[in-house]
Design a protein around this ligand. Structure first.
Ligand code: GLU
Length: 322
């Protein structure tokens, strides 16, 4: 099997990221699998190379040892998404040939007007299929004036998968209402596209990530199925998924970049050892009992030797005090 950690270098790595990295690492090591680190710097405006390097430094300092990825290489020529755009472009071309994607010329104002929520509080990213049916002549005329975004053409369907921690998930995709963007008009590739194409290229069989990404999984599974069909490849397999509960701090805030979660850098500057950080995370997540550790410390290499019961991660959120 193959597992991975795929952080976006848009800030220093924080406790919430390390929690997810730990879970994917433990799971992979326990299954004697191969562990991949991939830098998801596809959002060229928000990602920074220096932050990617700092992130890798912090992972190394914490004791993570990956088998493929930045700094050590592997079968792929690069593990930085910003350097993999040619691959994404080639796949989009194959999808275009089969008419599985289409150009969308809708401007922001139009998209906003159709996105107005029919139900209060509902987040609506839905499209109305407006550009799905425009003829080739019009596409040519419009293309002369504006670079379109590219949308995946979705057939109505039901998708079901069983998540390791969240249980059975049923997702209904409603045809053109769910046609989502794979490449923006400014040429930027979408997260949903890059993540699926890279997990395929890197042979990832198990995706462990935060439960804030659970909602994207239906769209991603649909893309796997489209690619299986379009590229006629038996090697494209939907991975297994585990969306782990995120950590919350003692005030109830989710530990994410947005909430200004405490970073590994800050802890390090305050004389925290790597083993103490790993120990606190393992205790908070219920992976080990505090009294089983010396000074609440444990190294990653020791942690993976313990017979941890990862499937028992049943809390909705995990509180950590640091
Ligand atoms: N790059 C994404 C993030 O940092 C995670 C993608 C994934 O694990 O699928 O939020």
């Amino acid at each position: 099997m193959k597992g991975r950690f795929a952080p976006s270098p848009t800030g220093y790595i924080h406790l919430g990221n390390v929690w997810i990295a730990l879970l994917s690492y433990i799971s992979t090591r326990q299954q004697k699998g191969t562990y991949v680190v991939r830098m998801e710097d596809i959002d060229l405006q928000r990602s920074k190379r220096e932050l990617g390097d700092a992130l890798l430094d912090d992972l190394e300092w914490l004791g993570f040892e990956w088998d493929e990825g930045p700094r050590i290489g592997g079968p792929e020529s690069t593990y930085w998404q910003s350097e993999r755009q040619e691959y994404y472009a080639n796949i989009l071309e194959s999808l275009a040939l089969e008419k599985l994607i289409y150009p969308c010329f809708c401007n922001r104002a139009r998209l906003q007007s159709i996105a107005s929520a029919p139900h209060v509080g509902e987040v609506v990213h839905r499209y109305d299929g407006h550009c799905r049916h425009i003829d080739e002549e019009k596409v040519k005329t419009f293309s002369a004036e504006k670079d379109p975004s590219l949308r995946l053409s979705i057939d109505s369907c039901d998708i079901e998968f069983t998540d390791r921690w969240q249980g059975v998930q049923h997702i209904h995709l409603e045809g053109e209402l769910d046609d989502y963007v794979l490449r923006r008009g400014d040429g930027m590739y979408a997260y949903n596209l890059a993540v699926v194409l890279d997990d395929i290229a890197m042979g990832i069989t198990e995706v462990i990530r935060g439960d804030d990404l659970l909602d994207t999984t239906g769209q991603q599974i649909y893309l796997y199925k489209t690619l299986q069909q379009c590229l006629h490849s038996k090697h494209i397999k939907v991975p297994s998924y585990g969306h782990a509960p995120l950590l919350i701090d003692s005030e109830g805030h989710r530990l994410s970049k947005r909430q200004k979660s405490i970073t590994i850098r800050e802890l390090r500057d305050n004389q925290w050892s790597a083993n103490r950080i790993v120990g606190e995370l393992a205790i908070a997540g219920g992976l080990v009992k505090a009294n089983a550790l010396n000074n609440r410390e444990i190294s990653i290499s020791e942690l993976i030797k313990i017979d941890l019961n990862l499937p028992c991660l049943s809390q909705k959120t995990i509180e950590i005090k640091i």
